[in-house]
Write a protein that binds this ligand. Structure first.
Ligand SMILES: [Zn+2]
Length: 237
């Protein structure tokens, strides 16, 4: 607050408190009071839209509270009361603020530091809104996007999925089966060839001595796996 702000504020306080009025009885007294208040409240803004702060409203609230609590030692308002009233607003601003990347050359440490502190200072004094990029980037996708993703079931659009089908027949067959409400054999582990869920069955051919001759993917799952998936689906329904 500059002297003009302080003068307006003291003018308001003088209308509700005769002691403030008396302390500003002469020109010299008023000038001295305004000077000392402006010095004490140099870092308190008169108005800060970013946190809905208004110094004159804080002063009014001080007198409203004093009125409601007659038992308390009721004294005229002082700069300390405004500093105390401003403190939580300042804390809220700093909580919301994330240091933006300075535009200064990072190799110029002095300029970099000065810009960083300058921005913080401006935010703490209500001269500049906090930079809330963390609030914007935190969390997952927008609820609308999430709902759409759930409905579609995939980030891959249906048209692209159809194009891809011929390059991944196993997956396409699975998706077609699930879409048709049929059992998905690859959704369960194969007890026959030990293929884990999601992996296709393998045909293991061994030589008479027990060593593996081939271990190729099977285009069709083992029948016991299909039966198992069907049983799972039946119990699930
Ligand atoms: Zn198998």
């Amino acid at each position: 607050m500059d002297r003009q702000h302080v003068a307006a504020l003291l003018n308001f306080c003088a209308t509700v408190d005769s002691r403030v009025r008396r302390s500003m009885a002469t020109q010299e007294q008023a000038a001295a009071t305004i000077r000392s208040w402006a010095e004490a409240l140099a870092h308190v803004p008169a108005v800060a839209d970013t946190v809905d702060w208004d110094a004159s409203r804080a002063a009014r609230r001080y007198y409203e509270q004093a009125h409601g609590d007659r038992s308390a030692q009721f004294r005229p308002i002082e700069p300390a009361d405004l500093l105390a009233a401003w403190a939580p607003y300042r804390a809220e601003l700093m909580n919301r603020h994330t240091d933006p990347l300075p535009t200064a050359d990072p190799d110029d440490v002095v300029a970099w530091r000065a810009e960083l502190l300058g921005t913080r200072h401006a935010v703490a004094h209500g001269q500049q809104p906090p930079s809330e990029h963390r609030a914007l980037t935190a969390g997952g996708p927008h609820p609308d996007v999430e709902a759409r993703l759930r409905a579609i079931g995939s980030c891959i659009p249906a048209a692209a999925r159809a194009e891809l089908a011929r390059y991944r027949p196993t997956r396409a067959a699975r998706e077609a089966a699930v879409a048709a409400g049929q059992p998905d054999p690859l959704g369960v582990r194969c007890d026959w060839c030990q293929a884990p869920a999601g992996q296709p069955c393998r045909s293991r051919r061994t030589r008479p001595d027990g060593s593996v001759r081939s271990n190729a993917h099977r285009a069709r799952p083992h029948p016991s796996r299909v039966d198992l998936a069907a049983a799972r689906l039946a119990t699930a329904v």
